[in-house]
Structures are given as structure tokens and as C-alpha cells.
Design a protein around this ligand. Structure first.
Ligand code: COA
Length: 260
């Protein structure tokens, strides 16, 4: 896959997407968002890819936000469209991807950068990472799902504080708040992401995609997550992965899941 602003590496069922605009602290411009959509879409269609890791290039930033230079002179209509298009093509898209996505937050994750990390299925961080939603300091609010996903992850009160103060929190504070699962030294970040990806890849990718749907439906208005769980649980019984998983257990051997 050839892109201008991102790098995509694929090895042994694991894909790593690196946002590669280090001079702009990997800020998300229109082109980068489109490239990310295309990369996620292609990787999700490749049944050999079991897990996707997303990170930022350089040692300073995961993503320092949406590219402010692109929207500084937008009208009300253009602002609304920016948020709607971004949510549809990237942020909601990643959250609902059937392939698991781990955000390896290697530095600043601000505004759209934190929103991107929060769209991923879970997050790990390096100890130099700093996270926040600084939008109100620019006279705008988070528009890529931040007002919705941050309260889901850290609770309403902490989210309100972070959004209203526009401040940054440290990696350790992010871990204590439930925003990231692990904090490690920067050089250990990608190895940890790969280790976690390896654990995920040993399991049934078909069952994992069902689990993603069921968990996500807990947070969708008008959708009953328990009903989704019942439906997806039932569907599992019709899959080759289920036959292989249960047979392997009874035969006391490791499963070899056929997957999708
Ligand atoms: N959009 C566009 N460009 C950005 C950017 C963003 N969100 N964040 C950083 N950059 C650019 C800077 O303009 C600068 O470009 P230049 O060298 O051409 O002037 C370059 O990235 C390096 O950033 P700089 O501010 O010089 O680095 P720093 O170490 O002094 O500060 C930050 C780092 C992250 C604190 C600071 O860049 C920042 O506050 N960025 C904006 C964060 C934000 O508000 N994000 C939400 C957007 S809605």
C-alpha cells in the first residue's frame, strides 16, 4: 500500500499503520484522514490480517490534533460537514471495524489525535504521552466524537474537566482514569502492542468481530446491546471457528481457527 502521509507495514497477520507527518506532529489533514480510511478498509478486507496497530512517527507525537490550518476560515456549514465526514470516514469507521485496532500512543494525543485513539478498540501509551481535548481553547468543541467517547472511557465528571480546562493529562493519569490500559517506556511501546496483538491473533477472529459488535452496541442509542449479544452468541454456533475451538479443546490441542 502506497500512501503520502501514512506508512503501512504488514507482517505475520499483524498490520501497523504509522501516521507519518512528524514535522506537523502527525496532525490529521484531509488527505491523511482519507488515506487512513483507505488503509483501514483494505486491511479489514484482508482475512490474513488479524490485528491492526496504529501509532505516530517520531518520538514526540501520536497525533497533535486535526490540522488547524485547514479549518481556520471555515463557515458554520463547512464546520458541520468537517465533523460529519470525519466521523463517518474515520472515527466511527475504526470503532466499528471487525478487525481489532490497538492505539499505541507514543507522545501527544490531542484533539483529533485523542479522538482517533479513543475510536480504537483499546489504547496503550508510552510514559512521555500527554493527552487532552484542547478544542475549547481554540473556540470550538471536539468534533470527531470526543464529547461522546471520553465520558464513556473516563466518566462524565473527568471528561467535563478535561474538555472544559482544555488541559493535558500524563500517561499515568490516563491509565488511572481508564483511558489507556498500560504505560511503558517508549522503546517498549510497539513490542507491547505486538505482544498483545499476538495474544489476540491466537483467538477466533470471527468471534472477536462478534464481540466488537456486541460491546459497541452497549453505547449506541436505541440499540439493545444484550439483544446483540444474544444474536451474535447464537451466530457463533454456526461458524467453523466454533467447531474448531470446541473440538480442539475436547481433543486437548491448540485450535487452528479457519477465520473469515
Ligand atoms: N494542526 C496543524 N499544525 C500543527 C498542529 C495541529 N493540530 N499541532 C502541531 N502543529 C504544527 C505546528 O504548527 C508546527 O509547525 P511549524 O513548524 O510549521 O510551525 C509543528 O507542528 C510543531 O509544533 P510546535 O507547536 O512547534 O511544537 P511544540 O513542541 O512547541 O508544541 C504542542 C507541541 C502539541 C503543544 C503544540 O503543537 C500544540 O498545541 N498543537 C495544537 C494542539 C491542538 O490544539 N490540537 C487540537 C486541534 S483541534
Amino acid at each position: 500500500m502506497d500512501f503520502e502521509n501514512i506508512l503501512v507495514d504488514q507482517q505475520d497477520g499483524l498490520a501497523t499503520i504509522t501516521i507519518n507527518r512528524p514535522k506537523k506532529l502527525n496532525a490529521l489533514n484531509r488527505n491523511t484522514i482519507a488515506e487512513l480510511h483507505n488503509a483501514f478498509n483494505q486491511l479489514n478486507q484482508d482475512s490474513s490480517i488479524k490485528v491492526i496497530i496504529i501509532t505516530g512517527s517520531g518520538e514526540k507525537a501520536f497525533v497533535a490534533g486535526a490540522d488547524i490550518s485547514e479549518f481556520a476560515d471555515f463557515s458554520v456549514e463547512e464546520g458541520g460537514k468537517l465533523a460529519a465526514n470525519g466521523q463517518e470516514t474515520l472515527f466511527d469507521y475504526v470503532e466499528n471495524l471487525s478487525t481489532p485496532v490497538i492505539a499505541a500512543v507514543n507522545g501527544f494525543a490531542l484533539g483529533g489525535g485523542l479522538e482517533l485513539a479513543m475510536s480504537c478498540h483499546f489504547r496503550i501509551a508510552s510514559d512521555n504521552a500527554r493527552m487532552g481535548l484542547p478544542e475549547v481553547s481554540l473556540g470550538v468543541i471536539p468534533g470527531y466524537g470526543g464529547t461522546q467517547r471520553l465520558p464513556q472511557l473516563v466518566g462524565k465528571g473527568k471528561a467535563m474537566e478535561m474538555i472544559m480546562t482544555a488541559g493535558m493529562i500524563s500517561a499515568d493519569e490516563a491509565k488511572n482514569s481508564g483511558l489507556v490500559n498500560y504505560v511503558v517506556a517508549q522503546e517498549e511501546l510497539i513490542p507491547l502492542a505486538q505482544k498483545l496483538a499476538g495474544k489476540i491473533a491466537r483467538n477466533s477472529s470471527v468471534a472477536i468481530s462478534s464481540a466488537i459488535k456486541a460491546v459497541n452496541d452497549n453505547f449506541k442509542d436505541g440499540v439493545n446491546g444484550y439483544s446483540t449479544e444474544i444474536r451474535e452468541f447464537g451466530n457463533c454456533f454456526g461458524t467453523e471457528d466454533f467447531k474448531e475451538g470446541t473440538t480442539a479443546f475436547l481433543e486437548k490441542r491448540k485450535p487452528k481457527f479457519p477465520g473469515f
